[in-house]
Design a protein around this ligand. Sequence first.
Ligand code: SGN
Ligand code: CA
Length: 560
Amino acid sequence: MLKKIWMSLLLLVQAITGLCQTQKAGRPNIVFIMSDDHAYQAISAYDRHLIETPNIDRIAKMGMLFMQASVTNSICAPSRATILTGKHSHKNGKIDNHFPFDTTNVTFPQLLQKAGYQTAMFGKLHFGNNPKGFDQFKILPDQGQYYNPDFITKNEGNIKVEGYVTDIITDMTLDWLEKERKKDQPFLLMYLHKAPHRSWLMAERHLDEYTNKVFGEPTTLFDDYKGRATPASEAEMNIMHHMAWSGDNKVFPEVMDELGIAEIGFDKQRYRYETGRFTASQAEHFRKAYSKINEDFKKAYPAMSEKDKMKWKYQRYMQDYLGTIKAVDENVGRVLDYLEANNLMQNTIIVYTSDQGFYLGEHGWFDKRFVYDQSFKTPLLIAWPGVTKAGVKSDELVQNLDFAETFLDAAGVKIPEDMQGESLVPLLKGDRKKWTREEVYYHYYEYPAEHMVNRHYAIVTKDYKLIHYYFVEDQWELIDRKKDPDELKNVYNDPAYEKIKKDLHQRLDRLRKKYQDNTSLSQEYIDKFMDDASRGKVFGVSKEKVKAIQERRAKIEGQK
Ligand code: SGN
Ligand code: CA
């Protein structure tokens, strides 16, 4: 009897070690976690002053925290296209949120799938079409909804799920890991949150806590946009002037009527649309949580100065935005716990990132799009237990352009020659000498569009940014990143920077040649975009605005 027990124990130990060895030696699993508009300022591994995110921080504790990770084009769908294709926007064709993604592009999930990976995607994609190369997917249509969201699914058609979006995406992810994951195959799991995207509706369980918090203001909240090229002052993303009272800040429509406040921008319908999706009990909870804020606001509003209003809106913005992040952090914790409990940590690359950064009141702004730090930079935390040392920081200039090659490299799959990034595997292995990049390239296109950020391209080094706004004006900006970390001063015409400027111009030219970007947007594309914009088909732009832009463009075209 005793012998029998010993024998079975021995067999069990052999089976477990055997399993561990195959997993260790085999190709790594990839868990790619991405949220939407998550600023690095709102992750405690980077910055503790706004929120504690203990679960996201676990990834940095297990691995590497990238301090200078950035995107090539700070907007949602283009960033996702760059991630999947390993190419700059002008090469994969997805230059803005407006036109759909070209599905003839080759993406890294397709290549991994072909190489024997099991692949799944849950959450936000925002491409206007379904992802290729996935054995399973459940994605949000377009931007998706926070409460009781709809999903487009591979096998069940379109479904509506009751509950809170961040929890639901996680449930789907855990469900797949538990029930569909094939234990004999490596997997790629893309777990993609909608939060903390605008209009910032937090989960019911966080309402009471987060609607009562007070946050420190950034020093540039009252930026006057002087000392820079004109696009900073022309952008429509100022918290005071462009954030919607009801649609964003949850002032009840009847309170606005009572106070005679006009809604800002095109968001009049949104509050009703979003809250219209609530179940009766969700609606009641929401009402209750925001009642006190509305009551206090009603009393305070008549005596509020412009400055007071800005301060009030900033607090409201932070409460809601950070409230949505609380649920992201909790849910990331659930997934990490699952990986741990199921012996999946050892041979898995875990990435946490965002599709871009976000302004949390810096320069008085919300939203992104500019190459100025808070939107250009994006959080990036990577754990690869057993391969990447725990708790290290990297200052290298890595980009979302590098993911595709990193994952293919880690999986031992041949990297297509036309991909434009670099594998991060050497950095993750601690082999810094193999990493030689000293500058990165940026190009933002979506204009005229919501938030009205001019088209621009730039070279960014650790010390400087040289930026060219070219579409309606011909303007250059030079930022000294070390001396002016808040990016308040354009030193392009300062004689002290003459040599630096010349050098950066040459490097920018070389970079544009290397990536094959010549900026001359095809006339056909411009006509189509402007035509759509003037017919109200580009979200957030009016006919009048398009006309004014056409006139300014005609002027600079005439000057050429
Ligand atoms: C929506 C938001 C914008 C945001 C874009 C793009 N407006 O249109 O504020 O810049 O998405 O965001 S909203 O009133 O509809 O919330 S992205 O992350 O998808 O690129
Ligand atoms: Ca985004």
